[in-house]
Write a protein that binds this ligand. Structure first.
Ligand code: AHR
Length: 502
């Protein structure tokens, strides 16, 4: 298999968006409870935060973390999660059929986010609640003091305001499964008025309107159009959510999932820009891709033996394989390639629930295969996103037609002179020889080269587990050279590789 690519320092897409490497913590299953928070665990600190998980999160270094949901937020009363823990109510969580103890709430999350060194992206409940409760939450979080709710925050232990800039106006309000689901018109009006009121408190907030829960929603396109017509001036971003999976052993199509993500992004951009044109508005609405991942949604969400209304049940604890990691790499490529318009993205979720990480109650924590491409792109994509020109051999897929065998994105950090290539070989049997023209960069050497694929005694289904937590991880890629400004990289079959030149 072959691909010929050309990069040029002048052909840039955008600066690498800092918030593209976000994650998501929802009160769902074991993401919070026995995920990031487990008082009594041997690695828990005095606040109940699991320091083993914290250490892994710090290595991933998500730049922004969305909280507290997800579907959960559409029935959530934030007041339940503040004040003395012993007095916090236990509530039904309608979204996931479980019981929320509220032992972990706003203050605990703020403490955890500070420990990680990440920005909070706060979602508000626009399912069962509205403008006033959003204003109350904003006052509680962001006002310095001297008002009822800001003083209450201080009394509850946080003298300094949380200072949250980025807010999601609800979650997946287009979905009939959402508590308080709305039509596009109902939601667009509510989002606009909530945003208008929140901006009366602070005009500099950054606000995300709900877009579609997936590109296959029957309302996709029309939803974005109506919502943005009603809320264009009041919001900064429209969200997109997408989860991919392998159907019936069709790995060839699954590996091409980024083709769908590319199209999704381009269609949302076209729709948003179309509304801007109709409104004669020069402002640009960007995309917050605030839920994306591989998720085997066709499997039951939880074991049928788990009763309703339990605390922190095991829900969608997908175990990720080599194939899933390669797909995640290509989805990161898609996000980077569109870095001019997708400026926020959150891989969903952080721990246990379709998690980058896994942790066991009273047990160990480890990185799933999909954590590796995330961590690499997070740390190594620097400077400018480059336009990747060129051609790749193609292959036929049942779901997405003809698709490139080699999927690529690239960045250029002018300061260090480093060019970084992120490459996936979608061919399951054959290696791919990739030639990359780098003449304009003056690169002289290969700085580093790694690849993630199934090694000896493994196959494409191999996963990391509690017993073999590092079975799948990036390892050295030997077959890389740079001669007279042309790089040659040989990618193993079904692999995700990162190569840097300087
Ligand atoms: O991330 C899991 C769920 O997927 C979220 O709660 C919801 O927003 C989406 O449907």
């Amino acid at each position: 298999r072959n691909a010929r690519l050309t990069l040029d320092p002048a052909f840039t897409v955008a600066p690498v968006p800092h918030r593209l490497f976000g994650s998501f913590v929802e009160h769902m299953g074991r993401c919070v409870y026995t995920g990031i928070f487990e008082p009594g665990h041997q690695a828990a600190d005095e606040r109940g935060l699991r320091t083993d998980v914290l250490q892994l999160v710090r290595e991933l270094a998500p730049t922004v973390v969305r909280y507290p949901g997800g579907n959960f937020v559409s029935g959530y009363r934030w007041e339940d999660g503040v004040g003395p823990v012993a007095e916090r109510p236990r509530r039904l969580d309608l979204a996931w059929g479980s019981v929320e103890t509220n032992e972990f709430g706003l203050h605990e999350f703020d403490t955890w986010a500070r420990e990680v060194g990440t920005e909070t992206m706060m979602a508000i409940n626009l399912g069962t609640r509205g403008v006033q409760e959003a204003l109350d939450l904003l006052e509680y979080c962001n006002i310095g003091g001297g008002t009822r709710l800001s003083d209450q925050r201080i009394a509850n232990g946080s003298k300094d305001p949380f200072g949250i800039k980025l807010w999601c106006l609800g979650n997946e309000m287009d979905g009939p499964w959402q508590t308080g689901h709305k039509t596009a018109h109902e939601y667009g009006r509510l989002a606009a008025e909530t945003a208008r009121a929140m901006r009366q408190v602070d005009p500099d907030l950054e606000l995300v309107a709900c877009g579609s829960s997936s590109r296959s929603m029957p309302t996709f396109g029309a939803w974005e159009s109506t919502v943005l017509e009603l809320a264009y001036d009041q919001v900064d971003y429209v969200s997109a959510h997408a989860y991919y999976q392998e159907f019936d052993g069709d790995a060839a199509s699954f590996l091409a999932s980024a083709v769908d993500m590319d199209a999704f992004i381009e269609q949302v951009v076209a729709t948003a820009d179309g509304v801007g044109a109709r409104l004669k508005n020069r402002k640009r609405i960007n995309i917050s891709f605030d839920e994306w991942n591989v998720w085997y949604q066709s499997r039951p969400h939880k074991d049928p033996s788990i009763e309703k209304w339990t605390v922190a049940p095991r829900v969608i604890e997908d175990q990720y394989s080599v194939t899933d990691a390669v797909v995640v790499g290509t989805l990161l490529n898609s996000l980077l390639r569109h870095g001019d318009r997708v400026t926020i993205a959150n891989q969903a979720q952080l721990v246990n629930v379709i998690g980058l990480l896994r942790s066991e109650p009273e047990g160990p924590a480890w990185k799933q295969t999909i954590a590796h491409p995330f961590e690499q792109v997070r740390h190594l994509a620097r400077g400018q996103v480059l336009r990747v020109a060129g051609t790749s051999d193609r292959y036929e897929t049942a779901r997405f037609g003809d698709v490139d065998v080699v999927d690529a994105s690239a960045t250029h950090d002018e300061e260090s002179g480093t060019v970084t290539l992120f490459l996936a070989n979608r061919d399951q049997e054959q290696p791919a020889r990739v030639e990359v023209g780098l003449r304009g960069f003056g690169a002289e050497r290969v700085l580093s080269a790694t690849t993630l694929h199934a090694g000896e005694g493994q196959d494409r289904h191999t996963a990391n587990t509690a017993d073999a937590p590092a079975a799948i991880a990036p390892r050295a890629l030997e077959d890389v050279s740079l001669v007279d400004g042309t790089a040659t990289v040989v990618l193993p079959p079904l692999s995700w590789s990162v190569v840097q030149f300087a």
